[in-house]
Design a binder for this molecule. Sequence first.
Ligand code: ZN
Ligand code: ZN
Length: 1011
Amino acid sequence: MPFEPLLQYPDHLALEDEVLAWWDDEAVFDQLRERNSGRPTFSFMDGPITANNPMGAHHCWGRTLKDVFQRYKALRGFDQRYQNGFDCQGLWVEVGVERSLGLNSKREIEEYGLAEFNERCKERVAEYAEVITGQSRRLGMWMDWDNDYYTFSDTNIEYIWRFLKECHARGWLYKGHRSVEWCPRCGTSLSQHELINSYEELTHPSLYVRFPIKGREGESLVVWTTTPWTLPANVAAAVKPDAEYGLTEEGDWWAVERNSDATFVRRARGEELVGLEYEGPFDSLPAQEGVVHRVIPWDDVTLSEGTGIVHIAPGCGKEDFELSRVHDLPVLMPINEAGIFYDSYGEFEGRSTEDVEKPVVVELERRGRLVEAGSIIHRYPVCWRCTTPLVFRIADDWLISADEIRQPMLDANATVKWTPDFYSKRMDDWLRNMDDWNISRRRYFGLPLPFYPCNSCGRLTVIGSVAELRERATGGLDQLKELHRPWIDEVPIACECGAEARRVQEVGDAWLDAGIVPFSTLGWQNPEWIEHGYATGAAAGLTGADLPDHAYWEKWYPADWVSEMREQIRLWFYSQSFMSVTLTGLSPYKSVLTYEKLLDEHAREMHRSWGNSIDAAEALQNIGADVIRFMFCEQVPSQNLKFGYGPADEIKRRLLTLWNSVKFFVDYANIEGFEPGGEAPSELQPLDHWLLERTEQLVAEMTEAYERCWTPALIRSFESFVDDLSNWYIRRSRRRFWAGDEVALWTLWHALVRSVQTIAPVMPFLADFLWRRLRADDAPESVFLAPWPEVRQTDDRLLAEVAEVRRVVELGRQARGDAGLKLRQPLRRLVVQGAGPAQGHAGEIAEELRVKEVEFGPVEATELRVKPNLPVLGPKLGKELGAVRAALQAGEFEQLEGGGVRVNGREFTADEVLVERGAREGWALAEDDTLTVAVTTELDDELRLEGRVLDLIHQLNTMRKDAGLALTDRIRVTLPQADADLLAHEEWIKEEVLATEIRTDGDAEPQITKA
Ligand SMILES: [Zn+2]
Ligand SMILES: [Zn+2]
């Protein structure tokens, strides 16, 4: 047998294991890389995956897209790098290690020891890099797995140092004294790009508090706050100068607009209150000593919530801090890095912001300062890593100014082709609004910022390389095993003034690590290629990656293509663009494919705690890689994807059409001893011609979809082709296959091979599995080693003609279905209106739709039904409605131009009536934009008998299949006496079920035996 037979149904999991093992054994990927080596390049830059956990299902989305397009480009013969990247340092890894060690604060990390903690972080990265590699391979991702880049390599760090030195040289680097969002658990500030999307619905206290006005007995300002912990740091109250305020009978000042029920005994404009002094809520605290509380003007006071008087604590809020600069207010910062009150805060000392809520309320209540206490549910920012609610602190952070780079980055983005294209605008929006880049984190396992401020002369030295560090070091080099804390902290340098300068303690934002990779991995400005030169520091031993030379960088930079999820606009797309535009003035990528979020199949976010999360391991184990990949490719990337077992089963079901078609071919080819290969036979029939053209069309459509990175079109084209192949070509050619027609076999074989080739990047396992069964002896062993089929000119007239025939048939089926007439019941007449070239296919249409006559011409089997549009006409007509309705029902109306009607002498517009076209009695009807198809629904005895014959044929063929008979086996049939009238069609039945004889002396049910 030339073809290995297929199982009834595909076992996706088993065949994927088989193909994976075969790829390994035959080193298929290596062969492919070798074949393409030295050819034109396709440069893809992998955005690093964080090596901190196993992969989630959402990671499979990006990894699928990356692999699909790398495979496609490889099929087209492009040379590629295939370097995978791991993100290795920063808060992700630190928090992961803290959890596994049971540490819960920075103090505990320091007690544990930085050197040990650093080792645990590296172990964690190594562990999960291995897990992710295994899962990615199982997904079918072809990468150069032993030569990954790890962002914690010394080489990567050195490249960031160079970038930072350049920023310093341009005067962009500065230390900011600002109010920042702060995670008390992680003990660090967060930057703008870490805040977006990190909001949760939280319940907080809602307090209305009195601040008694000095020198005005019985009068108080009323402020509203949801952060009681900030009250001990209050220094001012802000009013809107042009708003109207009123004093209530109780002696409370409010904005009039915010307390409309109150009776005001006096009114004043905000500006009249400015300058008043008041008693602060906690004046007896040592921290409040000497503070004069006063009313300040602020145009931004909102009148949409609160009291119109805002409590100001410059140490606890961004705007508050800004106001302190304008009005020269004292800045009281009540909490330390861990969110704990300092000792100058009396009874609150040593407590957290949450712990002081109650004592604050109790104390205000006791002193009669509380107007009202309740609670509020609002969206509040939380730490994206540990979900602790954020607070504001004043911190000294290192920042890179965005002013000068903003426009060049916008210019660079204008050169990038985004898919879907509107994301280009999203990137622009981000760039227009980006703040200065806060690059410092007060943490441990991260990029050590190479900043050496001198206490003696005040100069800031930024070290740009290890060589420079060695040259300037005044000690500690012996113990410097890698560029990480604690070792790097033990290497002071000599300032130009001669004094010794020590490194600042901060580490860098992890997006610096990922942003530099277009330079560090490609050997920018590196004079000589260094083998394993990237595998330095913490990365040594984990990878064999080289540090290439500058010529290599020139060859591969910028990337032709990158692909990550949309949130990377404010993360990796941003950080690498920032760094690249700074260093080269160019965008680091020419085109981007980005995509949205992965949800569960009911469109809910996936959360482990909700029990609806599916990780990559589970998905791969239960669904299989091809189906997962198919699902991701089908998804329109600008929409959230609903991922789950339900949608996966649906895809498996759809994929059966391809499987069944291949199985059909293999079964008949084996009967006939068909040998695959060679050129198209010369004696093609019209349907063969069509399938060959249709196959060329598939190749053209798939090529075009890959070229524009639009995966939903891949799936649409592929499925539409398989449908044509199965439900038109095979269906219409069955008899030829039964007769062993070699021309039909060749044509079908060719179409199947092309469909497998063009879908191979999407479903590499199934494609290679089928390829290996279908391929001709002289074809490459793997579909990935075969060249991409050439795109040829197609016969569009022929394609349009058959497409129209298929539409007529589809509409005919729809009409029959709507009338409840199953397809095995022959009907008398079919009328098609609006057909063009399909008119030459009356015979095929009649056969497909089981009708005796097909007619082309106007369909008169319709009637117009007009009803009043009640919501419009009801009120207009009132009592008259009944008469109009009756006339419409009776068909006593006249159609007007523009869709209106005339009834009972009145005219109604198209909006006032509902017009439907329906089938007349005895007809069923279906239509699309251009075609109308009508069939007669009436049955006579002849039609009924034929319907029963077709039912019987179907039943007998099912029985043949269930009995496991070979396609060529002959049978004997015994029918019940009641079916004797069917023998009027004896020859027909015999032919359709391969029967040698039919008897009619049986029991209630038909029976078959092998002849
Ligand atoms: Zn945190
Ligand atoms: Zn100095």
